[in-house]
Design a protein around this ligand. Structure first.
Ligand code: AMP
Length: 540
């Protein structure tokens, strides 16, 4: 027997309706890409999103079309997202930190029709536009006064473009499983893969992160959304904040410690979220200037392991609660948060700080377990480490336009992380199975670097591993076996790589070894290399 409740589709734009109707006066503050701080309200954001939806309709955009954005976190970017979704199209966020070949692949694979571009990224897009065969119009997220000279086809200033449309659009209605957003992840081997969020998953994820032990946003909160909308959905903040009626502060392009500090202070921000590299910049700024953080209550740090020192500084020196978060693009992205719980209340300060180094526990909406190499469940004893598997309504079931099976029996998704789970449910990542390195929150493909390195004359075999780095969390170390009799030097290998891979992918150091360990199937044993070089210190 079915229940007798309304079949109310979970459509992402209904979140904005709710926010605008009940918290329409709530401020939305942006450090604009043009420079000055811009202030608007949730009600205005909705009105302008409706115009975006109408203007897209006038452009002939229809259900399921992919509309790209290459933009910072700003209120304009948010309006564009909701306008696209409310029209039934799919926002496709482009990560400007990817290098040219990846962007070329992604835009063509997604067959984007229209692209919204922030002024900062116009040069990147101009250099590539001849390859973007499907993009027929470029909308620059600015006004006519700041519109640059550009060779982008059909380029128009955003403000002029939405001025041509009314806000009398009525959001489209469709099945809640309709695709809403697309984000390619390069945290896997091979070409980047498209994670296709649905309206349902975006709404559920927004509600999920508003649980008190996750972000727990409420209408009094002021959230500085630093995690980029172009990487893993800004950790759901674009949905969670309007759902709660929280004031949103958007940092635009200002990611340095001083700019972040200014917004924290002037806007009286009480919660915020970003990767460790951003916080390092802020903490450095605070130390240099002697400033404090009187308004900030909690900071969610994730995307990479949080260094113990960072937890201590925030908690002990500045009185800010650290919530360690873990997740991945394929999970919308949030998977766990390390908020203390009732069963940890007896712990002393030292023990609590130590526990915060773990990646945390799942909210309702995520299931997780660790298994051994044969797929057998491992106990939650805080010791047994294995492959970390997840499932839930906000976890991807496959990749856009790829046929490959991504789920194991029982519908589990393998995260590529190696972890243990303790009896209280706190998960701790101990290693990584996937062959990638995360530097400053963005991926470096070790395989691509290795492939480039073996092309260098004198190199027999090359392996790249990520080693911890104080600023970037991880940086690549290149391990090389030289041809017999070769006297190849590190500088020559690095010079060879210059121009063959993205500049920030170039390893920080090269070491020469006699032999690289292999598994029985001939794969390089990265885990044993990581163990062997765990005490290695980069010279720069
Ligand atoms: P992405 O899809 O780019 O968000 O990357 C997801 C991956 O980043 C995870 O599978 C982990 O390997 C890594 N990651 C994310 N958060 C953390 C964390 N708190 N600690 C360690 N690794 C993390």
């Amino acid at each position: 027997m079915l229940g007798l409740m309304q079949d109310y589709p979970l459509l992402a734009h209904t979140i904005l309706d709710h926010g605008a109707l009940n918290h329409g006066e709530r401020e939305m503050v942006t450090r604009s890409v043009e420079g000055p701080i811009r202030r608007t309200t949730l009600a205005d954001v909705r009105r302008r999103s409706l115009r975006v939806a109408r203007a897209l309709e006038l452009e002939g955009v229809k259900l399921g079309d992919r509309i790209a954005t290459m933009a910072w976190n700003t209120e304009r970017h948010l309006e564009v997202w909701f306008g696209i979704m409310g029209n039934g199209a799919i926002y496709h966020t482009l990560n400007p930190r990817l290098f040219a070949e990846q962007l070329d692949y992604i835009v063509n694979h997604a067959e984007d029709e229209i692209m919204f571009v922030d002024l900062t990224f116009v040069p990147i897009v101009e250099a590539l536009q001849s390859k973007f065969g499907t993009v027929r119009k470029y909308i620059l997220l600015t006004d006519s006064e700041h519109m640059p000279e550009t060779n982008l086809p059909n380029a128009v200033a955003y403000e002029d473009w939405i001025d041509s449309a009314d806000d009398d659009f009525i959001w489209k209605s469709f099945d809640e499983n309709t695709a809403a957003g697309l984000c390619y992840t390069s945290g896997t081997t091979g070409n980047p893969k498209g994670v296709l969020y649905s309206h349902r998953s975006n709404v559920l994820h927004g509600l999920m992160v508003n649980q008190p032990d996750v972000f727990g946003l409420k209408s009094e909160d002021v959230i500085l959304a630093i995690v980029p909308m172009f990487h893993a959905n800004a950790w759901a903040l674009s949905f969670a904040a309007p759902a709660a009626g929280a004031k949103m502060v958007m940092p635009g392009a200002g990611m340095d410690g001083k700019s972040i500090y200014e917004l924290l202070e002037t806007e009286k921000v009480n919660c915020t979220a970003a990767v460790p590299t951003v916080w390092l910049g802020l903490l450095q700024y605070l130390e240099e200037t002697g400033q404090k953080l009187p308004y900030l209550e909690k900071v969610v740090i994730g995307g990479a392991a949080v260094p113990p020192m960072m937890i201590r500084k925030f908690e002990l020196d500045y009185g800010v609660e650290v919530i360690h978060g873990w997740g991945m693009t394929e999970m919308s992205p949030l998977g766990t948060t390390g908020k203390m719980k009732n069963a940890t209340s007896h712990l002393d300060q030292e023990a609590r700080l130590k526990l915060k180094e773990k990646q945390g526990r799942t909210p309702y909406g995520v299931e997780m377990k660790v298994v051994d190499d044969d797929g057998n469940d491992l106990p939650r004893d805080g010791k047994s480490a294995g492959h970390l598997l997840v499932k839930g309504p906000c976890v991807s079931s496959g990749y856009f336009r790829l046929d490959e099976q991504t789920l194991s029996d029982g519908g589990w998704f393998d995260t590529g992380d190696i972890a243990n789970i303790d009896p209280l449910g706190f998960m701790q990542i101990t290693d990584r199975d996937k062959d990638v390195i995360k530097s400053g929150g963005e991926w470096i493909s070790s395989i691509d670097v290795e492939n480039a390195a073996v092309g260098c004359p004198g190199v027999t075999e090359a392996a790249v591993i990520g080693l911890s780095h104080p600023k970037w969390t991880e940086r690549p170390l290149l391990i090389v076996v030289r041809d017999a009799g070769s006297d190849l030097e590190a500088d020559a290998v690095l010079a060879y790589l210059d121009g063959k891979i993205a500049k920030w992918w170039i390893p920080d150091d090269v070491v020469f070894v006699d032999e690289i360990p292999h598994t029985a199937t001939g794969k390089i044993q990265k885990m044993s290399l990581r163990e062997q070089f765990k005490d290695f210190e980069f010279s720069k």
